[in-house]
Design a protein around this ligand. Structure first.
Ligand code: HEM
Length: 510
């Protein structure tokens, strides 16, 4: 245990220098520039450090960054230090380099696009590779979130054709439509006399997302939308477990913590949560496997991702199914909530969308544009991460191999110089003429990447898009969505969580 946990320390080298030296919007260094002009990564500006405790004091009561949320932190760092900022690791947390420059981001992401490494989930990594090793279905793979190199490549190339081809994913349209219809029925039943849902809205969206990913991943219905579902049902337990995991990993994986040396209460808690997630997923996957076996070979039903993968590689199938239930719930649910909120705040856009949906035209470009625009403004993941596999020269600094670099795409996609009128919800920017000043082509291509980049980008992208398009269409057909009171609040942790109060009103479309 100790050796693996301690190895993370390689990334956190103590730096005592603090220099502000780069101009905003400088870009990747010219290859011809003499390398002697480059500064060491140790000189990248960032909050000052103290011996042993690094930058921890800034985050303690009285410190300038005390209780600041991630997004506020990112804005402040850019303002203070410019387009490249260093966060020193301490107590085993890794040193992180933040890039706020799209061209520099493009340079690294493109060069890392053969077998990119995205570490960062240290506690999940530890759980899968050490803590739970003997109990795993397979010791060859730990899953896409935690595997790297050739193991990741073998896994990813097995699942890519089944999970990423739009044509293949479209085959789940009818099942997802049934889920969407049932969710709308449920919403109607949950409405009170003010047309608001008598339920926790975020939990409702999670139930819809779990039911949706369930039909694609496992085939058949999980039955999350059953109104009599008890609080201690496996469905609700799985949702709560995943929610808690994403909330605690931020503290454990990206902030200084002693768990890398001793078993802290936080460490014990997250190991138990990961264990519960594995057990609960096994429960659902086990049921699905039995159904597949009983169905017989001649069934005409569309095969689930699990069934298709079982025909190729059982280890991949079981590991991927579990990761779909893990990665596919909060992400889709929060994206859906953000889209509903932005449409509620922009009734004329909502009306335009409803017209397109009611037209039943096969192509629905405005629907896609509405979702894209909400991901630009309120993406569920704020940045992408890579561990460099080689040395880079960017923005006047030499970044060595094995550094963790974060690409702050949410920061970029909300900037006026990338997306004019960036604070306004303008789905049209994704479909208008190129000559329109708000057209998205005015932005750098790396200023918008809610699903990540390249061969390591989100494997659930096509599924999530279809789920959201299908459900959003059903909601628009049935409800005028309104919002009252203060603006929606977002808690920025590992994911951007939309938190209550959820002041949605759902009035019937007559
Ligand atoms: C709107 C919904 C979603 C968003 C915004 C989202 C976003 C992301 C992002 C930003 C990454 C990192 C990509 C990179 O490093 O370049 C990622 C990876 C991943 N996502 Fe999603 N995701 C969503 C839905 C889903 C769903 C539905 C699933 C499950 C089917 C899923 C499973 C995964 C997995 C397993 C990875 C790791 C891929 C790899 O490393 O090869 N995601 N996602």
């Amino acid at each position: 245990m100790q050796s693996l946990r301690r190895s993370t320390l390689n990334l956190s080298v103590i730096n005592k220098q603090f220099v502000r030296s780069v101009g905003i919007h400088s870009t990747v260094v010219n290859n011809k520039e003499k390398t002697t002009h480059l500064k060491s990564w140790r000189e990248i500006p960032g909050p000052s450090t103290l011996p042993l405790i690094g930058q921890t004091h800034h985050f303690l009561p009285g410190g300038s960054l005390y209780k600041i949320d991630n997004l506020g932190l990112v804005d402040l760092m850019y303002e203070r230090y410019g387009p490249i900022v260093k966060f020193e690791g301490s107590f085993g947390s890794p040193t992180l380099i933040f890039l706020f420059d799209p061209e520099a981001s493009a340079h690294i992401l493109r060069s890392e696009n053969l077998m990119p490494i995205r570490t960062g989930f240290q506690s999940l990594d530890y759980f899968r590779k050490e803590y739970n090793k003997g109990r795993r279905e397979t010791n060859e793979f730990s899953g896409l979130l935690t595997d790297h190199g050739e193991t990741w490549k073998k896994f990813r190339s097995t699942v890519n054709p089944i999970m990423l081809q739009p044509k293949t994913i479209k085959l789940y349209k009818n099942s997802l439509n049934e889920v969407a219809e049932d969710m709308v029925k449920r919403m109607k039943l949950l409405r009170n006399d003010k047309n608001m849902l008598e339920a926790k809205f975020d939990e409702e969206m999670n139930l819809w997302a779990l039911e949706s990913i369930g039909v694609v991943a496992l085939g058949g219905r999980i039955n999350c939308l059953d109104r009599n579902l008890p609080e201690n049902s496996p469905e609700k337990k799985l949702i709560n477990t995943i929610h808690q995991i994403f909330n605690v990993v931020e503290e454990l994986d990206f902030k200084p913590s002693l768990w890398r040396y001793i078993s802290t209460p936080g460490f014990k808690k997250v190991m138990k949560l990961y264990e519960d997630q594995v057990e609960l997923s096994k429960f659902f996957i086990g049921k699905a496997v039995k159904q597949i076996e009983s169905k017989g070979k001649n069934s005409t039903e569309e095969k689930s991702v699990l069934e298709k993968l079982l025909e190729i590689n059982e280890d991949v199938a079981l590991t991927m199914a579990s990761d779909m239930l893990f990665g596919g719930v909060e992400t889709a649910a929060n994206t859906m909530t953000a889209t509903l909120y932005l449409l509620a705040k922009n009734p004329e856009k909502q009306e335009k969308l409803r017209e397109e949906i009611m037209s039943q035209n096969e192509k629905q470009p405005y629907l896609k544009a509405c979702i894209k625009e909400s991901m630009r403004m309120l993406p569920v993941v704020s940045g992408n991460l890579r561990q460099t596999t080689k040395e880079y020269d960017v923005l006047g600094y030499r970044i060595p191999k094995d550094m963790l670099v974060t690409f702050a795409h949410q920061f970029l996609s909300n900037r006026e110089d990338q997306f004019p009128r960036s604070k306004e919800y303008i789905p049209e920017r994704w479909i208008t003429e190129k000559t329109d000043p708000v057209h998205h082509s005015n932005a750098h291509p790396f200023a918008f990447s809610p699903f990540g980049f390249g061969v390591r980008s989100c494997i659930g992208r096509r599924i999530a898009e279809l789920e959201i398009e299908t459900f959003l269409s059903k909601v628009m057909e049935n409800f005028h969505v309104e919002w009252f009171g203060p603006d929606l609040k977002v808690k920025h942790t590992t994911l951007n969580y939309i938190v209550g109060p959820f002041n949605f009103v759902f009035k019937d479309v007559k």
